[in-house]
Design a protein around this ligand. Structure first.
Ligand code: CP
Ligand code: NVA
Length: 306
């Protein structure tokens, strides 16, 4: 299997690596209290420019459960790309750390870090372009519930954002039929549509589909939604009224029993109704739990490439 040093994008994985990480996550989940502490003596640093509940805690706990130490540093101290350049920060941090986990708006900043780092394993904990760790957890949740990815229809509804990009890439790697239903002007970035299309040609044959037609939601095996306004985006920049017809609620689902996923945090008066959220709470909180198991598997996979 190809070795993987950093994880900035779902597209850093090939299908074999993706499946291997998911299988390892399943094993780690089943043996949570008695698996080996493979990362004993190592240190993972977490830096974030944005708020986080799941990402910070699941990485901190994951590192601890694998025997490593976790250090959380607020970006107010570090000043990624402001007090100091990404290139200089990473060259300092690689003298101290084994893993570097970064949440920042600036995807290019992470690419810069990879360019200047020789020994660290760098992980994208959310940028404006992708949220790949979330999607590992989501595909673990899908695997637990559907057993196979082949020919599943996964439909994302809402803003064509970071989560949408990573879901689209993952689907095209694993043979899931992906559709993004967005309001006009909020389609996913063309760069990610093209990457997913290239993956489809290479691996799965499942080209991503884009539509503004919300009724296509009823053709899905699984629905997925996320906030209309992502962290760091100005609310003024987006018109809430553009999204009014893109809510997942009972009137859209018409009593059809389609499972709904959400990466959280959720806005229950907006992208998902309280009723639909509660009907899917088991799955949605499985996604949150699976951040822990999937990221532990990811860190072991990156570690084995050293
Ligand atoms: N889903 C997710 O990344 O949650 P946090 O923003 O709380 O980390
Ligand atoms: N799209 C959201 C995901 C939050 C986990 C954001 O970037 O804020």
């Amino acid at each position: 299997m190809k070795s993987l040093k950093h994880f900035l994008s779902i597209n850093d994985l090939d299908p074999e690596q993706f499946i291997s990480i998911l299988d390892s996550a399943t094993q780690l989940k089943a043996n949570r209290r008695n698996h080996e502490k493979t990362l004993t003596g190592q240190v993972g640093g977490i830096i974030t420019t944005k708020p986080s509940l799941r990402t910070r805690l699941s990485f901190e706990i994951g590192l601890l459960e694998l025997g490593a130490k976790a250090l959380f540093v607020r970006n107010e101290e570090v000043g990624l790309g402001q007090r100091e350049s990404y290139a200089d920060i990473v060259r300092v941090l690689e003298r101290y750390l084994d893993f570097l986990i970064v949440r920042t708006h600036d995807h290019q900043g992470l690419i810069e870090m990879v360019k200047y780092s020789s020994s660290l394993n760098i992980i994208n904990a959310l940028t404006s372009e992708e949220h790949p760790c979330q999607i590992l957890a989501d595909f673990l949740t899908i695997k637990e519930n559907f057993k196979t990815f082949k020919n599943l229809k996964l439909t994302y509804i809402g803003d064509g954002n970071n989560v949408c990009h990573s879901l689209m890439l993952a689907s095209s790697l694993l043979g899931v039929e992906f559709t993004a239903i967005t309001p006009a002007k909020y389609e996913p970035n063309a760069k990610y549509i093209n990457l997913a299309s290239q993956n489809a040609k290479k691996f799965s044959g499942k080209e991503p589909k884009m539509t503004n037609d919300i009724q296509k939601a009823l053709e899905a095996d699984i629905l997925y939604t996320d906030v209309w306004v992502s962290m760091g985006e100005s609310v003024d920049h987006k018109s809430q009224s553009d999204f009014e017809n893109y809510k997942i609620n009972e009137s859209l689902l018409k009593n059809k029993n389609i499972p709904v996923l959400h990466c959280l945090p959720a806005h229950k008066d907006q992208e998902i109704s309280d009723e639909v959220f509660e009907n899917n709470a088991k799955l949605i909180f499985d996604q949150a739990e699976n951040r822990l198991h999937a990221q532990k598997a990811l860190m072991l996979h990156l570690h084995s490439s050293r």
